[in-house]
Design a protein. Structure first.
Length: 527
């Protein structure tokens, strides 16, 4: 709570800030190892073919695939973090990715831990979206070491692939300073939403793990302490357990050489203070974390009163495939004020809140709640609402025209004043921290990021658009009070009809190679 209070936005804090963007030190967007060997991933991978809304809303895949190979892995990595758009400028090229990122700075990196799978030897690898390749950090089967760090997690032991999410601190702090620690989990959450949806489409069960000994996983991934850190683990698929017991070995401390991110970096001790305070030191702490869910659900279900039951999806709603929707997705930059339908809003809310398979939540539980400002929804009066998830309905908190308020709450941005609906994802941090300790702060931000990612995909599947936003923290709570008086906002998302026709992105693989990345430092330059 000390960190959360210190990093709140208000009109006063923004006007008093002396921070400016040092474009000469803008971090490079790709992590490039200068000396380690890499393996180019296949480019003939399949596209996620299941319809997008089913993929986004499902917790488990409707059909189970039986195998994992390097081609399937390439599909999962591309549709989670691949490049889809290239923009050329006089000062260089700029690449957009399949999942959004705050400030388009892309601080999240993905790593792969696997036994032998067809086409790929057992090892620990870093995924490079620039050259679409895996860099080998360790050769061999390290599932036992990873599972031990996660409290003996058996999902990791039997999974043919585990993907680890990490964050490079400076890449986002360059713009957002100490508040960027929140962005670690927003940006990894939207990638996780893509990965969850893609695994559902591919028929592969997936689970997200936030309970692990941080230092041990950081060491396995060869991360540079106080510059980058692991955030979450995602074992994917179910395979046979090792035939013989694998005894974990002690991982040596290794720091492979990488290209510098920028000419200089600014260190923000507040980030590492909260990260250290929310880290787990040993297996006992991991087990306490995983078993801390009792009592949370009852506190976070909301009120019993119902005003506007959600409406079922219309039969003519688009059945676009998940692959098509991911390639189409962007971040809307202009909204019309044309109303969306109540059915579209209902579908978005339902699809994004069916649950997330995570180690600290029981099925159907959540520590995130949704508050809305509805500006233009057919069949729903303009006003403020609370989404009562158990009742599957919207509770009207205020009636009236609040376009200007919606824009103001999102840092005075007209984009969100023009949105049909602005959704504020909030959490009762006092309750969360009571049960989950400081690591609960990560959990609330991460789950909110996942839900926001699902909102993105759900809206684009219905011909709408979405854009994420930061906000004036206390002003949001005040606006939705007394209902939200104990709640803190994690992230905000505006949805509506864009006033332009978005062009789908492309599968950009093989555009770059390691030689180019080494020669140029990275091809992207600041916009």
């Amino acid at each position: 709570m000390e960190y959360h209070e210190a990093t709140k936005h208000s009109e006063l804090t923004l006007r008093m800030s002396r921070h400016f963007l040092d474009w000469e030190s803008k971090p490079q967007p790709f992590k490039v190892y200068t000396e380690l060997p890499s393996i180019t991933l296949p480019t003939d991978f399949p596209r996620p073919e299941l319809d997008a809304l089913t993929s986004v809303s499902s917790v488990e895949p409707p059909n189970r695939a039986t195998t994992m190979d390097i081609t399937r892995l390439a599909e999962l990595l591309f549709f989670s973090a691949g490049l889809t758009r290239e923009v050329r400028y006089p000062f260089g090229r700029y690449y957009m990715r399949v999942a959004p990122a705050t400030g388009a700075l892309y601080p999240i990196e993905l790593y792969v831990i696997c036994p032998d799978i067809p086409g790929l030897k057992a090892g620990v690898y870093h995924f490079g979206p620039g050259d679409f390749a895996l860099t080998e950090l360790w050769a061999g089967d390290y599932r036992s070491e990873l599972a031990a760090a996660a409290g003996g997690n058996q999902r990791i032991m039997s999974a043919p692939v585990t993907i680890a999410f990490t964050s490079i601190a400076w890449r986002n702090a360059w713009k957002y300073e100490a508040r960027s620690y929140r962005h670690w989990f927003w940006d990894s959450g939207v990638i996780a939403a893509n990965l969850l949806s893609t695994t559902v489409s591919s028929g592969l069960p997936m689970h997200l793990i936030l309970g692990f000994v941080d230092a041990e996983v950081n060491r396995l991934l060869c991360l540079d302490e106080e510059r980058e850190a692991v955030l979450a683990l995602a074992p994917i698929g179910i395979g046979p357990a090792p035939q013989k017991k694998i005894v974990p070995t002690e991982i040596p401390l290794v720091s492979p050489e990488v290209l510098p991110l920028s000419k200089k970096e600014t260190h923000y001790p507040e980030i590492w203070k909260i990260h250290e305070a929310s880290s787990l030191a040993n297996g006992e702490e991991v087990m306490v974390w995983v078993n801390a869910t009792h009592g949370v659900k009852k506190r976070l279900t909301g009120m019993d009163r119902s005003n506007y039951p959600l409406r079922p999806l219309k039969a003519e709603t688009s059945k676009s495939s998940l692959g098509e929707v991911i390639l189409l997705r962007g971040s809307a930059r202009r909204f019309t004020q044309v109303p969306i339908s109540f059915e579209q809003l209902s579908t978005t809310l339902r699809s994004s809140t069916r649950g997330v398979p995570m180690d600290f939540l029981r099925q159907g539980d959540s520590i995130v709640e949704l508050y809305l400002i509805a500006n233009a929804v057919e069949g729903l009066p303009s006003g403020a609402y609370f989404f009562n998830r158990p009742a599957d309905s919207l509770e009207q908190l205020k009636i009236g025209e609040f376009r200007k308020v919606a824009g103001y709450l999102c840092l005075d941005q007209s984009l969100f004043a023009n949105a049909s609906v602005v959704i504020f994802l909030m959490s009762d941090l006092n309750t969360v921290l009571k049960y989950f300790g400081n690591r609960g702060y990560r959990a609330a931000q991460f789950e909110a990021g996942i839900v926001a990612g699902k909102i993105y995909l759900s809206t684009y599947a219905q011909g709408l658009g979405a854009s994420g936003s930061t906000f004036y923290d206390d002003a949001v709570t005040e606006f939705f009070s007394p209902h939200a008086r104990d709640k803190s906002t994690m992230i905000a998302t505006g949805i509506g009809f864009p006033d332009y026709r978005a062009r789908p992105g492309k599968i950009l693989v093989g555009m770059l190679n390691k030689t180019q990345l080494l020669a140029e430092g990275a091809p992207e330059r600041a916009l």
